[in-house]
Write a protein that binds this ligand. Sequence first.
Ligand SMILES: *Cc1c(COP(=O)(O)O)cnc(C)c1O
Length: 347
Amino acid sequence: MTTVVDLRSDTVTRPTAAMRDAMMRAPVGDDVFGDDPSVNALQEKMAAMLGFEAALFVPTGTQSNLCAILSHCQRGDEYIVGQHQHTYRFEGGGAAVLGSVQPQPLEHQPDGTLALADIEAAIKPDDAHFAKSKMLALENTFWGKLLPFAYVQQATALARSKGLVPHLDGARLFNAAVAQAAQTGSDARAEALRIAQCFDSVSVCLSKGLGAPVGSVLCGNREFIKQAYRIRKMAGGGMRQAGVLAAAGSYALDHHVDRLADDHALARRLAEGLQGLDGVNVDAPHTNIVFVDLVGAAKARAADLVPYLKARDVLTTGLYRVRFVTHLDVDAAGVDRAIAAIRSFFS
Ligand SMILES: *Cc1c(COP(=O)(O)O)cnc(C)c1O
């Protein structure tokens, strides 16, 4: 381990020795011919875990969401989405650029949800003036927040009742599941299944908190996955001996789900360590992401915080808000160093 505490994202994790071992031993074949046993095993495992007929291994979460949107929607259709969701804001406008699918972005409520009344009002009547409202995209976790399960049920039921297909960008679905399990006293796998079953399709990142080097998995029914498979090929995502990567994903699903609770505990430790600082707002994190908002007089110094921390070997990002993400490759000592560095900036 280097001495750098890298809290920029949970994407920075390196595969563990045991994960590399699983990758090295993975049987492989040409997945474009459907011949890669490790890819097939990962797809079957994820589909079974989340209660879907089929699944597709894709290189990135961005391509996974693109495959989902372009499979559910045709040219001239639209999808309803939050202003700050990844599928709208952070994917280069791919659905519009590559699929001529129009996004209908909505403002978020403070808890990250989209108000049911806003969703309902955004659904267009069947009229030649309008794009056809076809899909509702939710994201869970959203900026580290667990969406309330009752809300997920209501929003997806509303979408269905209006003829829209609900899709979940579950890049961090297992973080949501672990947080929800802590509330209900149930098990993370049961909660992941419960959340996923509210949707027609779900995309999950393996390369975030689960700690795999590459990849996402898109789940849905057989017909949908057949369509997504075409889009993935068109988007250049047909991979060959991808089993070495899929094996890392399968390993992560077997060994790295429950341990996400450790990342959540470290995020709480970080947030608690920053309590009482003047000019700093820190919300109690639901999962592994801590946002630090500078307010009042401190706001003027916001641009200096990230480089200040970097000079002290604590890495973070601050595109919209300063963000610290805990993961497999940080420990309590690293978090305590980050706390000390942040506190020294304000002292
Ligand atoms: C990371 C992420 C994605 C996709 O990520 P890639 O970097 O393309 O793998 C999608 N949605 C959310 C919410 C994410 O955090």
